[in-house]
Design a protein around this ligand. Structure first.
Ligand SMILES: [Ca+2]
Ligand SMILES: [Ca+2]
Length: 409
């Protein structure tokens, strides 16, 4: 019998592309008194099996009849007998301890309930917290319904509203019940997929100065079945694998090392990450892509002045000089700090220069006029940027002596 069931399941999955659902556990804590609930797994539960405490009641509004229908734990008086998926229910528990419900089941992949113009009790249709309008799709606010109301015993008068003009809550939570005010009669058909969302992949910006590694992180989610695996690759085209072939991971971030990234004065290739996510049901998401990153070389100091550990005397002029090269030919500007305070904000070069290896560079000259009171140790920091990667930086330690009294004349 089990073999036959498996064969049928395989047949259905081949014909219809169904993917097996995995069982999940849902727990809900009910307090003594009134609770507004829904059950986000299983299509239907026998109320007497869910509400196991001694004295209890359940109710759901029948919008067609304009009255509540009750479960009273008495077959002679019960007007309803089951909790259905997508619907919301009032549950009254008399026990001071309240009641904790633990259910194990699968979320239906598709489900439909009839909604009537006016007030209807619905449930969060996913075992995950989802933004209100997203959870209610394909229903559209303003066209199909006007508002959603959430019960809270701690607010007055007991309800919070989500509508075009008021957003007192923003998500539907598994286990909660809600009122929806419909503008028309409609079947609300919700379809859920095991397919994780397309990963949103983020690299480290437009440029990296690291010639041997690339880093990216990503996010994907799967409403009814958790993600168990990711795979990623790197290419110089969107979706390409020419730098790194598909590699498996359970992390949502990776630093790939041991690469040889190239660039030249004519530019660098753009490196793209591609990432896919797999749900526990074995279904892969679509491919998500990073927006690409290029390798670019940092500017370098060819020479600088004054030399480290040079000393001056108060009121001396300290001539500051730097020659910076950039092998991509994209050097832009200099900045000078004295003791971590900006002395010269970002400024273009004041001339050209040459490295000892014969590489043309950009020079910058600035005369720092020291004053009486500048006595002591100072750090001159020169930075040079190509506006692509982190700036080159040089710290120079100088000392300014206090000027003693002049020699006798
Ligand atoms: Ca980028
Ligand atoms: Ca550069």
């Amino acid at each position: 019998m089990r073999k036959l069931t498996l064969k049928i399941a395989l047949f259905l999955s081949l014909i219809f592309g169904f993917s097996p659902l995995y069982a999940e556990t849902f727990q809900l804590k009910l307090k003594q008194g009134c609770n507004f609930i829904s059950l986000p797994i299983g299509s239907s539960w026998n109320i007497s099996q869910v509400l196991t405490s001694s004295k209890k009641q359940a109710a759901i509004w029948d919008p067609a009849a304009g009255k509540y229908l009750y479960y009273a734990d008495d077959p002679d008086f019960n007007q309803i007998s089951s909790f259905n998926f997508q619907k919301g229910y009032w549950v009254y528990i008399e026990d001071t301890q309240g009641l904790t419900i633990t259910l194990t089941g699968t979320t239906p992949t598709t489900s439909s309930i009839a909604l009537k113009t006016g007030w209807n009790q619905i449930g969060c249709p996913l075992n995950a917290e989802v933004p209100v309008e997203e959870a209610l799709l394909p229903l559209k606010m303003g066209i199909d319904y006007v508002s959603i109301w959430r019960y809270s015993s701690s607010v007055s008068p007991w309800y919070q509203q989500y509508s075009a003009s008021k957003k007192e809550f923003t998500t539907l939570k598994p286990g909660e019940g809600y009122w929806i005010k419909m503008l028309k009669d409609l079947n609300w058909t919700a379809t859920f997929s095991n397919k994780p969302t397309t990963p949103a992949v983020v690299d480290d910006g437009s440029y990296t100065s690291k010639s041997n590694q690339l880093h990216a992180k990503w996010a994907s989610s799967s409403p009814i079945s958790p993600i168990t695996e990711y795979k990623y690759c790197i290419g110089t085209t969107v979706g390409g694998t020419n730098i790194l072939n598909w590699t498996s991971t359970t992390q949502n971030e990776v630093t790939v090392t041991g690469l040889i990234l190239t660039t030249s004065v004519t530019g660098s290739p753009t490196y793209y990450f591609t990432v896919m996510a797999k749900s526990i049901a074995g279904v892969w998401s679509s491919e998500g892509y990073s927006d690409g990153i290029k390798y670019d070389r940092k500017p370098e100091f060819a020479s600088f002045k004054p030399a480290n550990k040079t000393s001056f005397t108060e009121e001396d002029v300290v001539p500051i000089y730097a020659c910076i090269t950039d092998r991509d030919g994209d050097f832009k500007s200099f900045q000078i700090f004295i003791d971590d305070t900006v002395k010269v904000p970002w400024a273009s070069g004041t001339g050209s220069c040459m490295s000892s290896g014969g590489l043309g560079g950009t020079a910058f000259t600035y005369n720092w006029q020291t004053k009486a009171g500048d006595f002591g140790n100072h750090i001159i920091k020169i930075q040079g940027t190509d506006n692509k990667v982190e700036p080159a930086e040089q710290n120079i330690n100088v000392f300014v002596f206090r000027k003693p009294v002049n020699t006798p004349q």
